[in-house]
Design a protein around this ligand. Structure first.
Ligand SMILES: [Zn+2]
Length: 405
């Protein structure tokens, strides 16, 4: 919740959905309670800010989205073009890992505030490379962004089922370890299915604090205390927490990332929505990754990745630093990966759409979103391997030679 107030009037409670600081748009999407709607519109008109109503009735839109998802007639089949509650996702994860035991491992990296396991799928092919670069992906750090977990579930399924069938995926899995965490904020995600579809934060509680939860993407130990685009107010949707890494979920994942050491070559955090492919940094508009080469790498990589994305279904994803596209935000995971761990290939992705459905993206758009972003991921992993000198052409040549011998 963010509070807008004008002199001598009651504060207006609104929920910020997404903001964009991009020079061409500068917009904020928010939801407001019906009883303050008129007051807020009056204020916005008084300030001469242009606005439009995207979702006239939020509850109706939520109901419609759930109806399309067809949860009421769930026949036990795990469909990739549907949203799933946490228990179904985690059961599916364990069962698919059981089907592909040679290339999958499920790692519990820690537990949430309410004691739920945080599960990462490690997927790697059967080659004997010693120093394999690790690519870590996570989604659902903000629990209302349902298309992000659905996208990573699709990635896991594709990597496992296409290994030894798709040349590109086989090549990548033979040289890269993929670590995929489909639901980061497990407690919050359960809450979005049971209590409040728009819940974004964790569910932690503190003594003498009324409001629950911390924004897990403002809680990382990098520039945490500068508090820009983050709040010290426990009731804010962007509450940074009482101290950095106060949340067990962040602590668990940051420790795991650290444990990967120098092997960790790429980190991507998947969010929704806005269709952005974002580079470091988030914490300040004036901060740029220290080395010029890094900026060049970020721009070159982003261009190739977004071309791969738009080449799939024609959707455009804009790229640039988080602080420029989304706005400044301190204590974020990609700043931690880049700034604290020195991971050059650290990116944040805002998936579909551009605000038409926002967090209530129809299930029919899960697969197109996931497919175009798989193309982006494969391109990124290819770039990581090229840098290491393992090009696909050289790999194919080596395979052919070893077959000939
Ligand atoms: Zn997010």
């Amino acid at each position: 919740m963010t509070t807008f107030s004008v002199a001598n009037s009651t504060p207006l409670q609104v929920d910020i959905w997404q903001s964009s600081d991009d020079s061409s748009t500068h917009s904020t999407d928010m939801s407001i309670a019906p009883d303050v709607k008129e007051q807020l519109i009056e204020l916005i008109q008084f300030l001469q800010i242009p606005y439009e109503t995207l979702v006239p009735d939020l509850q109706k839109a939520i109901d419609e989205n759930m109806k399309q998802n067809g949860v009421e007639n769930n026949d036990g089949v795990f469909r990739l073009d549907r949203y799933h509650p946490l228990d179904e996702i985690q059961d599916w994860l364990l069962s698919i890992a059981y089907e592909y035991p040679e290339i999958t491992e499920i790692i519990e990296v820690g537990k949430s505030f309410e004691g739920r396991p945080i599960l990462v799928a490690k997927i790697s092919g059967r080659s004997s490379d010693e120093e394999r670069p690790a690519v870590f992906l996570d989604a659902g750090i903000h629990s209302n962004e349902w298309v992000a977990p659905a996208t990573l579930i699709f990635f896991i399924n594709e990597l496992l089922t296409k290994y030894e069938y798709s040349g590109h995926i086989t090549y990548l899995l033979n040289h890269v370890d993929f670590y995929i965490l489909p639901v980061f904020n497990v407690d919050g995600y359960v809450h979005t299915w049971t209590k409040d579809r728009m819940w974004r934060k964790s569910l932690s509680r503190r003594a003498n604090v009324t409001c629950q939860g911390v924004d897990l993407n403002r809680n990382w130990p990098y520039m945490w205390d500068e508090l820009r685009g983050a709040s010290a107010d426990p009731c804010s949707h962007a509450y940074a927490g009482p101290h950095s890494e106060s949340e067990p979920e962040v602590k668990a994942v940051s420790s795991f990332l650290e444990s990967l050491g120098a092997n960790l070559k790429a980190y991507i955090a998947y969010h929704s929505y806005s269709q952005f492919w974002m580079t470091p940094f988030a914490f300040s508009r004036n901060a740029r990754p220290q080395h010029f080469e890094r900026i060049a790498i970020h721009m070159h990589t982003s261009r190739r990745v977004t071309e791969a994305i738009s080449g799939t279904h024609g959707e455009q994803y804009r790229y640039g630093p988080v602080a420029d596209l989304y706005g400044e935000a301190t204590g974020s995971s990609i700043d931690f990966a880049n700034g604290a761990l020195g991971v050059t290939y650290a990116f944040g992705v805002e998936l579909r759409d551009n605000g038409m459905f926002g967090h209530l993206l129809p299930p029919s758009l899960i697969l197109p979103t996931a497919e175009e972003n798989l193309a982006g991921l494969l391109e990124l992993a290819t770039i990581v391997l090229e840098e290491k000198g393992v090009s696909r052409a050289a790999d194919t040549r080596r395979l052919l030679e070893s077959n000939r011998n």
